[in-house]
Design a protein around this ligand. Structure first.
Ligand SMILES: C[S@@+](CC[C@H](N)C(=O)[O-])C[C@H]1O[C@@H](n2cnc3c(N)ncnc32)[C@H](O)[C@@H]1O
Length: 284
């Protein structure tokens, strides 16, 4: 079958679920991933014909897209800043907002003469934050923890693939356990923060496929993780160390107020590129 005919099938089969541009992006991403053909090749040679074997992964991918599975899980990889990460259903797919949080840390710490800082990423998932920071701040010593053993396996593989050294730990931040007595310059976290009542706002592909444990908190205790992280950071941050947090866009003021009332000064709230309250920085 002609490749351009398969492109038309993608558009027809997926039109009810995704915008046209997104379908094209899925199609080109799969063609590049499975066939090694870049988008411009299809433009200059529109009549490429595929064998049955070559068609097969594209049609399998199409079926999975119809079930609203995220493209990153289908391809098994995601990009985050300058890093390519393996992802599967055990880990959250890294988000652009989190890239902005990492950029903030690099902006604040990257120019310091002594970047041999000690960092901790709490709730590391795919390892995206820890690995991107290990690359951006090469003399930093980077630690990362998660409560999910399966997520840590993915994160460890990603550190190896990206040639960086990160010390991973299996630990439950809510139980305040098992972290060696290390003093950190920076603690950074993107913890679960979506309230159960916000579920209707969340897209199906997220709800059906991404790990619940990475996303949701109860409406009764929306700051559960922030309180635990703040307590932990108070005990483990060096004097004048910094805490960087991704936050729920609706809870910026509450989260900032909590940090100001407990342990921290100079708490700064920052919006993401969409103008939503999305990050906090605080000094011990
Ligand atoms: C929102 S995801 C963030 C993943 C990754 N850091 C990122 O930014 O894409 C939250 C992560 O926290 C982990 N987590 C949930 N509860 C935890 C706990 N009690 N202690 C440590 N990690 C936890 C989840 O397994 C998940 O990997």
């Amino acid at each position: 079958m002609l490749l351009k005919e398969i492109k038309t099938i993608f558009q027809n089969e997926l039109a009810a679920l995704y915008p046209k541009e997104e379908i094209d992006a899925f199609f080109y991403a799969m063609v590049e991933h499975y066939l090694g053909l870049e988008r411009f090749v299809l433009v200059v040679t529109p009549n490429i014909t595929l064998t049955k074997e070559e068609e097969q992964p594209l049609f399998e991918g199409l079926m999975r897209l119809r079930s609203e599975e995220p493209i990153q899980y289908i391809l098994g990889e995601a990009s985050f800043r300058d890093v390519i990460l393996k992802v599967n259903k055990e880990v959250l797919i890294p988000r652009p907002e989190t890239e902005e949080l990492v950029a903030w840390v690099v902006q604040e710490w990257g120019n310091r003469e002594d970047t041999s800082s000690v960092l901790l990423d709490i709730g590391t998932g795919s390892g995206c934050i820890a690995i991107a920071l290990a690359k951006a701040l090469p003399s930093a010593k980077v630690y990362a923890l998660d409560v999910s053993k399966k997520a840590l396996e993915v994160a460890m593989e990603n550190a190896t693939l990206n040639n960086v050294e990160v010390t991973f730990m299996l630990a439950d931040i809510l139980a305040f356990d098992a972290v060696p007595d290390v003093a950190f310059d920076i603690i950074i976290s993107n913890p679960p923060y979506v309230r159960t009542s916000e579920r209707p706002e969340i897209r199906n592909n997220v709800k059906k496929y991404e790990p619940e444990q990475a996303l949701f908190v109860s409406d009764e205790h929306p700051l559960l993780y922030y309180k635990a992280i703040a307590r932990f950071a108070n005990a483990h941050l060096k004097k004048e160390g910094s805490l960087f947090l991704e936050i729920n866009q609706y809870l910026g003021k509450e989260t900032k107020a909590f940090l100001e009332e407990h342990y921290f000064t100079k708490v700064e709230l920052k919006k993401d590129i969409f103008g939503k309250d999305r990050m906090l920085k605080a000094l011990k």
